[in-house]
Design a protein around this ligand. Structure first.
Ligand SMILES: Cc1cc2nc3c(=O)[nH]c(=O)nc-3n(C[C@H](O)[C@H](O)[C@H](O)COP(=O)(O)OP(=O)(O)OC[C@H]3O[C@@H](n4cnc5c(N)ncnc54)[C@H](O)[C@@H]3O)c2cc1C
Length: 491
């Protein structure tokens, strides 16, 4: 357990702050020097939304990945931006670390605190504020989950959809966007952080900023043309501010969809096949899968999702792709799966596609993957080496990779492990480290990397870029309270 000395008489130094500022100051002074951090947090949120109970802290000190547990001291559940501001102001004044938490499903312990302090669980900020049909965006609070948004759109706006990742439905939309995740329409429309139209952000000092068109007018319909400040918060793992609201692009939901599967055993053919398939830019989703067991899955499967808003469009796309794959130069080695089993067809057509459902080989509930963002030409080497790494640590190889625009690929080196088995966990950490190193050797980047992976990336980063990163962080978070340890070259 970490302890913080609380300077109760807070000095609020930014005169442009709102009325809440005065209110916190008065409250804090009124309660006198004897107040603990816990009491101050209760003063802001009430008892039912602050916890320091060991049982609850236990849950917040770990995730289902392979990283070691790290303890939290307090968990809070704010419901409004003002409450987030007050908590951040309190933490900043007293130099208490804050770790923002969405669903906690990044798997690389990005929302498990490194230095104790407050876990800011955003799940109670769960309002879907507005759907703007004409401009096709949804404005949500930071705790809205993937499942809640999907269900809401299906019920109220069945002609609209958002880009849904294959993550558990309780993962948040904001958490996914902030780690540059990808969803079921990303091959067509871009990764999910490109779908941000605007954001409301509480800075580490407690100020509230707006990013995008909402900073100059009432509509949250676009990010530019303005200096693109979203980059100060996207990809930073909650180390530069807390996003409280997000405007996300929506897309028309197609009426016709189907899945087409092809397979090959020629790993060296994969880059050319991907280039050929993505040349036409007509796919909704495109992923590759392989699993060593059951035997029928031990091939390179190309899964293509085609869709259309009108029948003619859909039929045309299907014809084009069937022809294209027949004529592909390696076609003798790529086979079309004529009769895909209905259960599999459903699984691939579901949104999210649930391609990784069978990943719990070790029956222990542990799962983590190196999400390698790789150039297409690196795939054969990554594929073969990935199998070697899995075998070296006594694991079964299992791949789910999504093709992203470019084209590039999110190449998932998947590791399932038994959480009750220390050796299994150790093997997984070693396998992760090897696949992270391999990713960088192949000219790629590790997506949503755990602390050791971040360190590897920073060691490779050119010095001036690293200096810039450090300067931006210091400017935004002068007291170093925001999710400390992440993207920190000194840690
Ligand atoms: C089986 C499985 C399949 C998956 N498939 C996919 C997939 O297809 N595509 C994909 O993109 N991901 C996938 N994931 C990874 C992950 O689950 C998702 O990216 C998920 O959406 C992350 O959201 P979260 O709410 O869990 O984020 P968290 O893990 O809670 O947070 C991620 C990071 O963002 C920070 N953060 C969270 N909320 C805020 C906020 N409001 N303000 C500032 N910082 C914040 C956290 O501190 C942390 O650093 C998968 C995971 C699993 C287990």
């Amino acid at each position: 357990m970490w302890h913080y000395s609380v300077k109760v008489k807070q000095i609020f130094y930014l005169t442009s702050f709102h009325d809440w500022h005065k209110e916190v100051k008065q409250n804090v002074i009124a309660y006198g020097d004897a107040m603990s951090v816990y009491e101050l947090l209760v003063n802001i949120l009430g008892k039912e939304r602050v916890s320091r109970s060991q049982e609850e802290l236990f849950l917040y000190s770990r995730d289902s990945g392979a990283q070691p547990p790290r303890s939290a001291d307090y968990v809070v559940l704010p419901k409004t931006t003002e409450e987030v501001q007050k908590i951040v102001a309190l933490a900043n004044e007293n130099k208490i670390p804050i770790t923002p938490l969405g669903g906690g499903f990044a798997l690389s312990a990005l929302s498990v605190p490194n230095r104790g302090g407050i876990v800011l669980d955003m799940k109670s900020m769960d309002k879907i504020i507005e759907v703007n049909e004409e401009n096709r965006y949804v404005l949500i609070e930071a705790g809205v989950s993937q499942g809640a948004l999907k269900a809401y759109l299906e019920k109220n706006y069945p002609h609209l959809q958002h880009s849904t990742p294959e993550a558990p439905p309780t993962a948040t939309v904001v958490g996914n966007v902030l780690i540059q995740g990808h969803g079921h329409i990303s091959p067509r429309y871009g990764i999910n952080s490109e779908m941000i139209n605007g954001m409301e952000v509480v800075l580490p000092t407690g100020e509230v900023c707006h990013i995008g068109s909402c900073s100059v007018g009432p509509y949250w319909f676009t990010r530019g043309p303005l200096p693109d400040l979203a980059g100060l918060f996207v990809g930073w793992y909650g180390t530069t501010g807390i996003v409280t609201k997000l405007s996300l692009r929506l897309f028309p939901r197609p009426k016709f969809r189907d899945v087409f599967a092809f397979f090959t055993d020629e790993i060296d053919l994969i880059p050319d096949a991907i280039s050929e398939i993505t040349r036409l830019d007509l796919l909704e989703d495109f992923f590759l899968i392989m699993q060593e067991k059951p035997d029928w899955m031990n091939h390179v499967f190309f899964i293509l999702i085609l869709s259309g808003h009108v029948k003619e469009e859909f039929v045309l796309k299907v014809d084009i792709y069937k022809k294209l794959l027949r004529e592909f130069k390696g076609s003798g080695k790529i086979e079309y799966v004529e009769n895909l089993h209905p259960a599999l067809r459903k699984r691939f057509l579901d949104v999210p596609p649930l391609a990784a459902l069978a990943a719990d080989f070790r029956k222990g509930g542990g799962f983590q993957y190196t999400g390698a963002i790789l150039p297409i030409h690196a795939i054969p080497k990554a594929w073969k080496k990935g199998i070697e790494i899995a075998h070296k640590y006594g694991m079964m190889c299992s791949y789910v990779h999504q093709i992203l625009p470019g084209p590039s690929i999110m190449f998932g080196f998947n590791y399932s492990f038994n959480r009750a088995d220390e050796q299994d966990i150790k093997n997984t950490r070693n396998a992760l480290e090897e696949s992270n190193r391999l990713t960088l050797e192949l000219g790629g980047m590790v997506w949503k990397g755990e602390l050791p992976a971040q360190k590897l990336m920073m060691e490779r980063m050119d010095q001036s870029t690293l200096n810039l990163l450090t300067r931006i962080k210091k400017l935004l978070d002068p007291n170093g309270i925001m999710n400390p340890g992440n993207w920190d070259p000194t840690s």
